[in-house]
Design a protein around this ligand. Structure first.
Ligand code: NAP
Length: 255
């Protein structure tokens, strides 16, 4: 019997795990997306879209679909779904593997101001008008209404609703990964004074920080929240290894 795996996704990491597991006869994999991205990448695994209705809804889904293992590979800043996953795993007694990304750490040449949240990031912006490169995601723009004096270059995957207080904005639609060279070009092209981003960790989104370092550009970085729970693993290989062990245990129990 294949092990039924539910991957909570919405990230390149989740897509990578799903792609590596697809076609493996040991597993029946379902990828779950919140439905935020209009045209998500199409992957060779079963995909479901939309919220579960909180932790209890997720527990019910896990029971109804005889899921054996839950993998939380959501974005490190997607705190609600991760909290729900931790609670649902406790409620159902299912193993939870959490794909955790190591936060980026400053190295020589970085000019980072690290802050606790998006409101603090907005507060850390200067009072005089500046040209700000904002890569925090389209759901996270509201706090910047507190600083409408800036010109914001906002990079998103899908066009966002701009807070009405922000009147000087330019939307750049793009989906990473980006190269350091492309990020430098973008920073030059838009005469950016500083970058505001989330400390998401991982490689797919780190080129902008390398570009900022190369250009001695100040960065305001929102600290990554701690993982909500589960067995936290930091590489796809570690997640797949733990999954293979669960599969082996389940297979032994069923003979
Ligand atoms: P969130 O605040 O943690 O979650 C809000 C609600 O959206 C959850 O309570 C859940 O609804 C639903 N949801 C979230 N992820 C889901 C998933 N993978 N499958 C099914 N339902 C899900 O999440 P968010 O920050 O809005 O992020 C939404 C999605 O975008 C996540 O999947 C995340 O991986 C991805 N993402 C987020 C960021 C970011 O910066 N936050 C960046 C890149 C990608 P119910 O309670 O009804 O189940």
């Amino acid at each position: 019997m294949p092990t039924n795996v539910l991957i909570l996704g919405g990230t390149a990491d989740a897509n990578g795990l799903a792609s590596r597991l697809s076609g493996d006869p040991r597993y029946a994999v379902t990828l779950s997306l919140a439905g935020r991205t209009l045209a998500p990448r199409v992957l060779p695994v079963a995909t479901r879209v939309g919220g579960f209705g909180g932790a209890h809804g997720l527990s019910a889904y896990l029971n109804d679909n005889a899921i054996d293992v839950l993998i939380d590979a959501t974005h490190p800043f997607a705190e609600r779904i991760s909290a729900n996953a931790a609670l649902a795993a406790r409620q159902t007694g299912l193993p939870l593997l959490t794909f955790g990304r190591e936060p980026w750490r400053p190295v020589t040449g970085d000019a980072w101001t690290e802050v606790a949240d998006l409101a603090a990031a907005a507060a850390a912006l200067p009072e005089h008008p500046a040209r700000v490169f904002l890569t925090v995601g389209r759901q996270s723009l509201a706090p910047f209404a507190a600083k409408p004096q800036h010109h914001y270059v906002i990079r998103v995957i899908d066009a966002p609703d701009i807070p009405t207080a922000l009147t000087d904005t330019l939307i750049v639609v793009g989906r990473g990964p980006f190269t350091e060279g492309a990020e430098i070009e973008l920073i030059h092209k838009h005469r950016i004074d500083l970058l505001v981003t989330k400390n998401s960790g991982g490689e797919a989104a780190s080129a902008k920080l390398a570009a900022a370092r190369a250009l001695k550009l100040p960065v305001i970085l929102v600290r990554q929240p701690a993982p909500a729970g589960g067995h936290v693993l930091h590489t796809p290989d570690a997640v797949l290894g733990a999954l293979a062990r669960f599969h082996g245990d389940l297979a032994k129990r069923s003979v």
